[in-house]
Design a protein around this ligand. Structure first.
Ligand SMILES: Cc1ncc(COP(=O)(O)O)c(C=O)c1O
Length: 382
C-alpha cells in the first residue's frame, strides 16, 4: 500500500508509542493529591513542556483539547461568549469546516461575521485585510496557517502585525502548519490551534495555545483542569502520545519537510499529461501537499482506480448524505462545480520515498490517459 493522504491523518510514530506505553502505568487522576494522582500530574506537566518546547511557547499557554476542531471551537466560541451580542469575527472563505460550520451559530447568538476573499491561487490580500480591520473593527480575526486541501500558506506574521496594529485578537488554525513549517511562523498569533494526529501522534487530542494576557471564557465546564480553561479529566494517554510525537519531531533532523518529493511528483505529471492544474502553485505552500485538477476525470473515479492499486489519496470534496459536494475551498478560489469535482489531493509524509512517489505518478498518468481515451475527452493544454 502507498499512503499519500498525510493531511487527513498520520500513522502513530515511535515517539508517540513509547510515551503512551509509559502512560499505561500512570492511571491516576492528575487532580488527585495522592501519589497515583501526583504521578499522572507529573506526566501531564512533562507532556505540556514537550509540546510547549516544540511550538516555542510557555507551558501554561497550552490548553489540551480533544483535537484541532475543539481548539478552533474554544477560540471562536470562547471569545464570542465573552463578548456576547455584537461580537464581530473576520475570517476567510476557505477555513476548515470546524471554523466554517461554527459561524452560523455565532450569528444566531447575535454575532456578526465578515470575510476576506481569496484569489484564484487561494491567497488573501493584506490590503483587503487592513481595510476590513479598519471598517469592520473585529474582536477576533481567525485565519488558518495552511490550507488542508491546497496547502496554501497565509502570511501569518504579516497578519499578526496588522491585527496587533488594529487591536484585534488573532487566532490561527495551525493544524496543518505544525511539523511542516517552522513554529516561529505561526506562534505570533494570540491563539493557535494544533492537533496531534497530523504529526504522528494519536487522534482525539490537540491543544489551543492561549498566549498570556488573552482572555476567553471556557466552553467546557466540570472542573478546574487546564487552569479552568477546559474542564474535564485530562486524556493522559492521548496527551502523552502528543508529547512523544512532539519530542520525536524535535529530535529528528529537521522539523520541516523538504518540498523535493512534492515538486518531483508535480513535474513528472506535468511533463506527461496535458489538462492538469496544480492549485495554489504560485503561492507559498506547505511542502507536502499537491491539489491537482485533472480535466475530464471526476475525483471519485481517480480515487477509486488508485484505491484498487493500493494507493490512498483524497478527493477535494466532502461526501455528504450520499452526494459528493464540491469543496468550498476550491469554489471560493473561483473554480466552477465541475472543475472542483475534478480535483484530488496528494499529501506526502514520512514513508513517502522517491520510489513510491514515482510509482504513484506513473499510475496516475496511466489511469488519467486510459479514462480520457475511453471517454474521448478533448484536453485543453496546460
Ligand atoms: C486545517 C485543519 N483544521 C482543523 C482540523 C481538525 O483537527 P482534528 O481532526 O484534530 O479535530 C483539521 C483536520 O483535518 C485540519 O486540517
Amino acid at each position: 500500500m502507498i499512503y499519500a493522504d498525510y493531511n487527513a491523518t498520520t500513522p502513530l510514530g515511535e515517539g508517540a508509542r513509547t510515551w503512551i506505553a509509559q502512560a499505561f502505568e500512570l492511571w491516576g487522576n492528575p487532580s488527585s493529591s495522592h501519589r497515583q494522582g501526583r504521578k499522572a500530574m507529573e506526566l501531564l506537566n512533562k507532556s505540556r513542556e514537550a509540546i510547549a518546547e516544540l511550538v516555542g511557547v510557555t507551558p501554561t499557554d497550552i490548553v489540551f483539547t480533544s483535537g484541532g476542531s475543539e481548539a478552533n471551537h474554544l477560540a471562536l466560541m470562547g471569545k464570542a461568549l465573552e463578548v456576547g451580542k455584537g461580537f464581530r469575527i473576520l475570517t476567510s472563505q476557505v477555513e476548515h469546516s470546524s471554523v466554517k460550520d461554527l459561524l452560523p451559530l455565532i450569528q444566531k447568538l447575535g454575532g456578526e461575521v465578515d470575510y476576506i476573499s481569496v484569489n484564484g491561487q487561494g491567497q488573501l490580500s493584506l490590503s483587503e485585510l487592513e481595510a476590513k480591520l479598519k471598517l469592520f473593527n473585529p474582536h477576533l480575526v481567525s485565519l488558518m496557517t495552511a490550507n488542508n486541501e491546497t496547502g496554501v500558506v497565509f502570511p501569518i506574521p504579516d497578519i499578526a502585525e496588522l491585527c496587533q496594529k488594529n487591536s484585534a485578537l488573532f487566532h490561527t488554525d495551525a493544524v496543518q502548519g505544525l511539523g511542516k513549517l517552522d513554529s516561529a511562523f505561526y506562534r505570533s498569533a494570540h491563539l493557535v490551534s494544533i492537533s496531534a494526529h497530523k504529526i504522528y501522534g494519536p487522534k482525539g487530542v490537540g491543544a489551543l495555545i492561549i498566549k498570556k494576557g488573552t482572555s476567553l471564557v471556557a466552553t467546557h465546564y466540570g472542573g478546574a483542569q487546564e487552569i479552568k480553561r477546559r474542564g474535564g479529566t485530562e486524556n493522559i494517554l492521548g496527551i502523552a502520545g502528543f508529547a512523544g510525537a512532539a519530542q520525536e519531531l524535535m529530535t529528528s533532523d529537521s522539523q520541516t519537510i523538504s518540498p523535493f518529493i512534492r515538486d518531483y511528483f508535480e513535474s513528472t505529471l506535468q511533463k506527461n499529461l496535458e489538462g492538469i492544474w496544480v492549485q495554489g502553485l504560485k503561492e507559498p505552500r506547505i511542502p507536502n501537499t499537491s491539489n491537482i485538477r485533472f480535466q475530464g476525470i471526476p475525483s471519485e473515479v481517480l480515487l477509486g482506480a488508485l484505491d484498487l492499486e493500493g494507493i490512498a489519496i483524497s478527493a477535494g470534496s466532502a461526501c455528504s448524505s450520499g452526494s459528493i459536494s464540491p469543496s468550498h475551498v476550491l469554489l471560493n478560489m473561483g473554480l466552477n462545480e465541475n472543475e472542483a469535482k475534478e480535483c484530488v489531493r496528494f499529501s506526502w509524509g514520512k514513508t513517502s520515498t522517491l520510489q513510491a512517489v514515482e510509482e504513484v505518478a506513473q499510475k496516475v498518468i496511466a489511469h488519467v490517459s486510459r479514462i480520457r481515451a475511453r471517454n474521448s475527452t478533448k484536453v485543453i493544454s496546460n
